[in-house]
Design a protein around this ligand. Structure first.
Ligand SMILES: N[C@@H](CCCCC(O)O)C(=O)O
Ligand SMILES: [Mn+2]
Ligand SMILES: [Mn+2]
Ligand SMILES: [Mn+2]
Length: 303
């Protein structure tokens, strides 16, 4: 059917500059045409800079440890409304990031239209710190906690309704989880397939077990939120928080291909491509892998 894409490009979302430039690199690499060539009716929703939000926030003092809290919250709220609007019109929102904190917006938007949607979170990190457990105050390490309504409420984020339930999210690719996050995953019984399970069972079995857990009858809409740092840094070097021992190029693409095959995909995020962190060759490689992951999740097959 049709995929509508927009490029949240919130300045200063990430402590490391440059992730806001990721989306436009993916577009300039030709992703819209690549998706049109797959048969999608691509509606390019523009390269969002959210200047209005940035202009309206004169000072964005940390709240506790949280950095840029007002800007992040308001941008994510705008993203939620945009994603919800596209989904309501029967489109498949593809969000190119950009900081993974944006998933508070994209997944809120999906859940508004598909309250029973499940989430496949592909990442080296769990991104489930609460305001109490975060060590860095970087909100890209917290989106899942906000979506689940965990931790003490932060008024600036009160627009996020805790619609997501712990049994409706599953992780693949974890290998850098903070102590507090490990506790939270256990306490909430959240299913997570780390790189250990990927090694042990192979990616095919891991994706099967992950989907059997989170979408047992294969009847729930799926929101795939893919942080490119789930891939090994030799595969996706230009990203903000690289961690060794990640998914191979093929393992990353297998996840996307298998989720497309379910026919349940309703929303897709390709996040954390940061073109300012590596040499030109490494940036090109990371942008190219972001584009090919999106194509695989949207129907490109090998045969
Ligand atoms: N757990 C770390 C690293 C988070 C990495 C975020 C990325 O996955 O989007 C933190 O809380 O700062
Ligand atoms: Mn980030
Ligand atoms: Mn992430
Ligand atoms: Mn990550």
């Amino acid at each position: 059917s049709s995929v509508s894409r927009f490029l949240p490009n919130p300045k200063s979302l990430a402590p490391r500059p440059g992730v806001d430039e990721g989306p436009i690199h993916l577009v300039k690499a030709g992703l819209p045409q690549q998706l049109a060539d797959l048969g999608w009716d691509v509606e390019f929703n523009g390269h969002h800079q959210f200047e209005d939000i940035s202009a309206s926030i004169t000072s964005d003092e940390p709240i506790g440890l949280l950095k840029n809290p007002r800007r992040v919250s308001q941008v994510c709220h705008a993203v939620a409304q945009t994603v919800s609007g596209h989904a309501k019109r029967g489109k498949l929102p593809l969000t190119l990031g950009g900081d993974h904190s944006l998933a508070m917006g994209t997944i809120s938007g999906t859940l508004e239209q598909y309250p029973d949607a499940c989430v496949v979170w592909v990442d080296a990190h769990a991104d489930i710190n609460t305001p109490e457990t975060t060590d860095t105050g970087n909100i890209h390490g917290m989106p899942v906690a906000f979506l689940l309504g965990l931790g003490s409420p932060v008024p600036e984020f009160s627009w996020i309704k805790p619609v997501l339930k712990p049994n409706r999210i599953v992780y693949i690719g974890l290998r850098d989880v903070d102590a507090g996050e490990k506790r939270i995953l256990k306490e909430n019984g959240i299913k997570a397939f780390s790189m250990h399970e990927v090694d042990k069972y192979g990616i095919g079995q891991v994706v099967k077990m992950a989907l059997d857990h989170v979408n047992p009858k294969g009847d729930l809409p799926i929101h795939l939120s893919f942080d490119v740092d789930a891939l090994d840094p030799t595969v996706a070097p230009s990203t903000g928080t690289p961690v060794r021992g990640g998914l191979t190029f093929r393992e990353g693409h297998y996840i996307c291909e298998a989720i497309y095959e379910t026919g349940c995909l309703v929303a897709l995020d390709i996040m954390e491509v940061n073109p300012s962190l590596a040499n030109e060759e490494a940036v090109k490689q990371t942008v190219a892998v972001g584009c090919s992951l999106a194509r695989s999740a949207l129907g490109e097959t090998l045969l």
